[in-house]
Design a protein. Sequence first.
Lengths: 483, 252
Amino acid sequence: MDNCVINNNKRVNLLEIPTVEIEKLRSYLSVSNLRPISFFGSDWGSAVKLFVALADDERGEIILCSSLIDKSIKSYESITKDNYQYHMFEREFFEQFRIEPLGHPWLKPVRKNLNDYEFFQMEGEELHEVAVGPIHAGVIEPGHFRFSCQGEKVYNLEIMLGYQHRNCESLMVKNPSNQLAESICGDSTIAYNLAYSQVIEELSDTKITNKAKIIRRIALEMERIAIHIGDLGAILGDIAYLMGKEVFATTRTLVINTMLEISGSRFGRGLIVEGGVNFDIDKKLSEKISAMLDNVKKTVEKMTKAALSSSTVMSRLEKTGSLSTETAQQINLVGLMGRAFGVNLDSRFDFLDEFYKDFKLKPFIATNDAYSRFRIRYKEIIDSIFIVKKLLQKLEEFKNEEIKVQMNPLIPNGFALSVVEAWRGELVHAATTNEQGQLSRYKIKDPSFNNWFGLALALRNNGISDFPLCNKGFDLSYCGFDL
Amino acid sequence: MFETLKMKLYQKNQYIKDIKNAPIKDQFRGLPVLDDTKCQNCAICAQSCPTGAISVNPLKIDLAKCTFCGKCKNLCTRNAIDFSSYYKLGVDNPQKLIVDSKVTIEEYNKRAIETRKEIYSIFNRSIKFRQVSAGGCNGCEMELNATSNANFDIGRFGIDFVASPRHADGIVITGPITKAMAYALEDCYKATPDPKIVVLVGACALSGGVFQGSDELNREFIDKYKIDLYIPGCPVHPLTFINAILDFIRKK
């Protein structure tokens, strides 16, 4: 089928993306073994243009195709019927453009019209439903969970989100800024801002310096370290192992306070800007980061060893919330959760990146349960500490470069796509510009968009009291999903 | 078990002893310090501010909208705008959030939060909050969670986040209040027993922040009910939050 192939963080002329009939596109997508990473519509005069980006992970390429659907056409044959990976994408496309995928098994609201939401229902003796949310017991974001249980055993969990919907995609088109990008999902500040900046730089053909690129990657890895440490603490907190909770929480403080020394904000807000970065890392600061990481590594190793040597911790982690690798692949789990279930995807290494290509990390052997979700975080903390230290050394080579360059105006009729490995996984930002060189569509796909369904499946046949432990292990984003 | 106890010895005490005067790194962007005499009213800062927090002639910053990103400071060629590392930013009236060149750190601190007898006589030793995230980005939520970790340990002052509004003395709101959350937020407010206090945390809750122009917000709640505390930041630093609550519930 007609398509065009690009690399990650590259631009293509919008009009050069081949357009095919929707039926043809459908039959290609329903049998293709490439993963969809972005699937969105865009207003195209009297029609809607559907863009699809597929990832060829083995070759490290992105395949783009599109289809023009006239507004008089109200439906098409659903792709999900044959390929489950599209189930969320098609629901989202239907919600935004009201073109119905016929035969979609699960056509429900994604973010809007929550009052019309029909829950899956089970009937029978001793069956009951437990409804939780939108406001939860802790200090967390809103979402609604509906458990269908028999006794304490969960047969089905349905997750309804959309409470955080702020219409970020259209705000991005109206008033794009680094600050808005950072605030879409505040726990992945660096990743969101990085993806946004890379898209805008590519659309304006601005080449940033190597120094800025390295500082951005250092920040991205530090964000990963900080959040993973916090999550290890949160997982242990949910199984009432309080020493682990507190030790990891205070260890995380060390990492984010160092982030504050770099950028003036604990989460690295204001660090990345279109055209580079706002703050430099000099020799002194670099040594400080390095020493902090050594200290953090030592504490994380000790604490993990202590926690996992406790039989009460192990009995809660092992075999809780399992899912087979096969299912994980079928529903397209990505990133951290994908790796915890044996799906070996990591966009830092799958797509060519000049600064990551030299790192060879050990593969992770997944056990597909809560224990696996704990260990993958531990492994990635250690890996990321190694990467940051190497990048700090690399930074020395470019110390005389500028940290920021002047931005060029946006190029008309451009399409750019950036995939960033946020700590949760593959974050995809795509943007198009119109003939006047203004942003005309901005599309974000958070890794949580794929992974929430994984949580629902992993909880099946587990006790309802295991939900907090599973939820923390997945630690998915509400606002990144809701946009 | 011995491994676990050994960790306690390894970690030692982590808490910040004097939370009111806790040191913070100079790089932190806190209260802006403005110098109107250097300002030439070029308005570059005002035009480029992502939330429209700045106005010129005279130079003013509205902390309710400010995300403390530092963009204005970087753009100003005359150094009229700088950010101090002063973090006690919470106030009890939104008018006090408008900072001009006459506002010094001492003055901001003096007028920030008025002590009220009806508050400190009841809440002096204990106040419990129900937190509602109404469209927040999880930045403020993570910082609020951090207030109860072993470093900041907000629990030692009798301040806590509780699981039900029925157990709470007040609610803490983060996020710009989306349409989908407006009803749930109001429900939560009504479920909290009287007398109750309402605290807004973060630029989004105070003004809508970077989401001001969104058509998916419903901020009627803010106009409808009395707000007791306004805590600016993006996200709010744990020290900012703790000190604002302490100034509010304790006699100076």
